[in-house]
Design a protein around this ligand. Structure first.
Ligand SMILES: Cc1ncc(COP(=O)(O)O)c(C=O)c1O
Length: 400
């Protein structure tokens, strides 16, 4: 009898973490590697946030807190939802966890019975299907091709809903494509959901603040208030506030669901770090102007990368509205041969070739459920991006 549970066989380790790990290993072995795999801003956590954490430690905020968040943080989250999204959530409708990741995991653990279906538009963030599987649910991927800007279409959602559907997961702006739903896109989706009362929507708004040009962020419960009683609005401080390592995420939703999620958390990690919670209060309540400054830099990098990739033979890249990812097609490289005679048969072959020939680490589209594409995270220095794009171009030009 194996010591490992059967459920572990159903999931795989996060492929994006695996790429970052591989890039780190190659670097440690002396290779010149540019890692474009990691989904985290290269900017440091703002100073006022760090100071708030130091003050919390000095004050003695170093003990257990309420399982799903201190009253101060819940108040700051309520204020954030009101200010940014026009949504009213009471403290008992707010939960705080160790990263958005734990909040999502709690939601699935608290709601999925074996066989319950979770509709996940593809390409998707790598963790949704595996989290649903761990909770014994059934992920149902719905292809969202590039001609629709990688966005879920109302008719495809309608066709995917069955009596067993429990959740629709939405993620806008998206990891891995950066595509974001407009008010009209979102309304088309919420109109379908209004007709199917048994389906809940889990919206992962982690990249809410990372948006460019004239795009305006929307979230389902704001676009359709009639859905608020079956919406879980997930967000966190990792991306916009450059706090990936602090592990702090939160959500607003109906009190009964929030209570059930706290029950899961109470038997796993209990409260997120008391110090991270104090820092998050300052992040949410403190000055927000650095976000626009960062976005200016991210937008320049996005344009740099998109323009450069579109000069590479075999690649084609859209210009997304948000997040810090692009998801170029590598369809034009499929069937070509590398200088050592290997045929590129898939996006996995292509990213392996990029890493081995030019030391550029990106993530294959296969991991995100839509091929043949790959994901580049442009949350790294402009110099590194310029060098990486030059290397990618050289690699593409060398294909026969
Ligand atoms: C779409 C999406 N959701 C959630 C998360 C989790 O963020 P965290 O757990 O750091 O809050 C990430 C992180 O990469 C993400 O890309």
């Amino acid at each position: 009898m194996s010591i490992l549970a059967e459920r572990l066989g159903r999931i795989k380790p996060s492929p994006t973490i695996a790429v970052s790990q591989k890039a780190r290993e190659l670097k440690a072995a002396g290779r010149d590697v540019i890692g474009l795999g990691a989904g985290e801003p290269d900017f440091d956590t703002p100073e006022n946030v760090k100071e708030a954490a130091v003050a919390a430690m000095r004050r003695g905020d170093t003990k257990y807190t309420n399982v799903d968040g201190t009253p101060e943080l819940k108040a700051a989250v309520a204020e954030k939802f009101k200010r940014d999204n026009g949504l009213d959530y009471k403290p008992e409708e707010i939960t705080v966890g160790t990263g958005g990741k734990q909040v999502l995991y709690n939601a699935f653990m608290a709601t999925l019975d074996p066989g319950d279906e979770v509709i996940i538009p593809a390409p998707f963030w790598v963790s949704y299907p595996d989290m649903a599987l761990l909770a014994e649910g059934e992920p149902v991927a719905v292809a969202c091709p590039q001609n629709n800007h990688f966005k879920l279409q109302a008719e495809d959602l309608e066709a995917a809903i069955t009596p067993k559907t429990k959740w629709l997961v939405l993620n806008s702006p998206s990891n891995p494509t950066g595509s974001a739903y407009t008010q009209d896109d979102m309304k088309a989706i919420t109109d379908v959901l209004l007709r199917h009362e048994h389906v809940w929507v889990l919206t992962d708004d982690m990249y809410e603040h990372l948006v460019y040009d004239d795009y305006e962020f929307v979230t389902p419960a704001q676009v359709e208030p009639g859905l608020k009683s079956r919406t879980l609005t997930v967000n966190g401080v990792s991306k916009a506030y450059c706090m990936t390592g602090w592990r702090l995420g939160f959500a607003g939703g109906p009190a009964a669901l929030i209570k059930a999620m706290a029950k899961v958390q109470s038997q796993s990690t209990s409260n997120p770090s008391s110090i991270s919670q104090a820092a998050a209060v300052e992040a949410l309540n403190g000055p927000q102007d650095f976000i626009a400054e960062h976005n200016e830099v991210f937008k320049q990098r996005r344009d740099l990368v998109v323009d450069a990739l579109n000069t590479c033979p075999g690649l084609a890249c859209h210009r997304p509205e948000g997040a810090f990812y692009v998801y170029p097609s590598c369809a034009g490289t499929i069937g070509k041969k590398t200088p050592d005679g290997t045929t590129i048969n898939s996006d996995t072959d292509f990213v392996t070739y990029l890493l081995e020939s030019e030391g550029v680490a990106v993530v294959q589209g296969e991991a995100f459920g839509l091929s043949p594409y790959f994901r580049i995270s442009y949350a790294t220095s402009t110099e590194a991006l310029e060098e990486a794009c030059a290397r990618i171009k050289r690699a593409c030009e060398a294909l026969q």
